[in-house]
Design a protein around this ligand. Structure first.
Ligand code: PLP
Length: 400
């Protein structure tokens, strides 16, 4: 076997990065009768398939050659304009000093920004737990990921200040302040202001990741951190994955021109530009349809599914188990008083329920007794039945 005799001298940055634990769970998903709360996918019911088909025909009828040609790295101009307008009108998150680049999913926005900012050995401070795709993007650049504990209203501010003090020169703080993945928590406005103040005080940038920001089904909108940025220290990323289609891989990154210009260079060394046909498709869809009306239907769908799951957990779980009650997004987070999350995961799988082991989301190795549950993918019946089985299993797990 070659692998045993050859030293392929894999990069130090990459060789120890573990594959996403969520991808590993896919192995179990073909088990007959298994109910999965492990996905991170939007509901297939949320895809506007007919409208997309019409938009696709229209793109090919009017601009087939352009759609099949190379495009500019910055992105398809009408789509960039739409994104800028959306950022201005809905999120107050675009200024005259900013620029927008269309990326291959929000994931690539995180990756480009990381490659532009990070040297090996740099530190990124993030919420603990945090999004695995982002943690791995930082790790691939050779960065250290330092996690700060989450509270009910977002990252612990005192914990953040300690992390900034203990990690002098930390390059940036990575945050998912709205409908956080994996916990579903939304950071309060007071905390957003405090986080911003600390970032300025310690000279760190903020990468604000907001892929779920359009999906609020309860409560009031909270301004983005980008919208309170007067000094050009916040870079913002989002995507069309959770409101139109995740498979199209169309996202965007918005921030100070100097940073976005460098992202353009890195993207040229990567995929040159995001798939032009899909950018044109999104753009045509947005031109011919009312996206807000469409988003409203997704919010209603997720509101129903989240309520079903939350009611099931409220009725079924013993009082010692805590769980979050998200006002949007796709996930909630269940925390047992103690026990190991990998054991909780295994006990659920034995009962044909897939959840995600909370440990997978930790920036640094630590003990964890929480798991992530998704409500966007399972059917209503699966949510009802699966939640019942999950609760019975967790209650039994605690007694053991
Ligand atoms: C917090 C967060 N950021 C970014 C992404 C990347 O999304 P995409 O690349 O599909 O746009 C995801 C996907 O699940 C996510 O949960």
């Amino acid at each position: 076997m070659w692998g045993t005799i050859m030293d392929y001298r894999i990069s130090e940055n990459v060789k120890n990065v573990k594959p996403s634990a969520i991808r590993e769970i896919f192995k179990f998903l073909s088990v007959p009768g298994l109910i999965s709360f492990a996905a991170g996918n939007p509901s297939p019911e949320s895809f506007p398939t007919e409208e997309m088909q019409k938009a696709s025909n229209a793109v090919f009828q009017s601009s087939a050659s352009a759609a099949l040609q190379y495009g500019t790295t910055e992105g398809y101009a009408p789509l960039r304009d739409w994104v800028k307008n959306r950022l201005v009108n809905k999120f107050s998150s675009f200024t005259v000093n900013d620029e927008v680049i269309i990326t291959t999913g929000g994931q690539q926005g995180i990756d480009l920004f990381s490659r532009v900012m990070l040297n090996a050995g740099d530190t990124v401070i993030c919420e603990s737990p945090s999004f695995i795709g982002a943690l791995n993007a930082f790790r691939v650049c050779g960065a250290n990921t330092v996690g700060v504990e989450m509270e009910e209203d977002g990252i612990s501010v005192s914990g953040l200040e300690s992390a900034l003090k203990n990690n002098k020169g930390a390059k940036f703080i990575y945050l998912i302040p709205t409908f956080h993945n994996p916990t579903g928590i939304t950071t309060s406005l007071e905390k957003r202001k405090e986080i911003y103040r600390l970032a300025l005080k310690y000279g760190a940038l903020i990468l604000e990741d907001n892929p779920y920001g359009e999906l609020r089904f309860a409560g009031e909108d909270v301004p983005t951190i980008k919208s309170i940025d007067t000094e050009g220290i916040v870079v913002y990323t989002s995507s069309f994955s959770k409101i139109l289609s995740s498979g199209m891989r169309v996202g965007y990154l918005c921030g100070p021109k100097q940073i976005i210009d460098r992202c353009v260079v890195v993207k040229q060394a990567n995929d040159v530009h995001t798939n032009l046909f899909f950018q044109m498709l999104v753009s045509k869809y947005l031109e011919d349809n009312d996206i807000d009306k469409h988003i409203q239907t997704i919010k209603e769908l997720y509101k129903r599914k989240a309520s079903l799951m939350i009611n099931g957990l409220e009725n079924g779980l013993s009082g010692e188990v805590r769980f979050t009650r998200p006002e949007g997004g796709l996930f909630l987070w269940v925390s047992l008083p103690d026990g190991d999350s990998s054991e909780i995961f295994k006990s659920c799988i034995e009962k044909n329920i897939a959840v995600v082991d909370g440990k997978a989301f930790l920036p640094q190795p630590a003990s964890c007794s929480s798991v992530r549950l998704n409500y966007s993918m399972p059917t209503d019946e699966q949510i009802t039945r699966g939640t019942e089985i999950f609760c019975a299993n967790v209650n039994e797990f605690i007694k053991r």
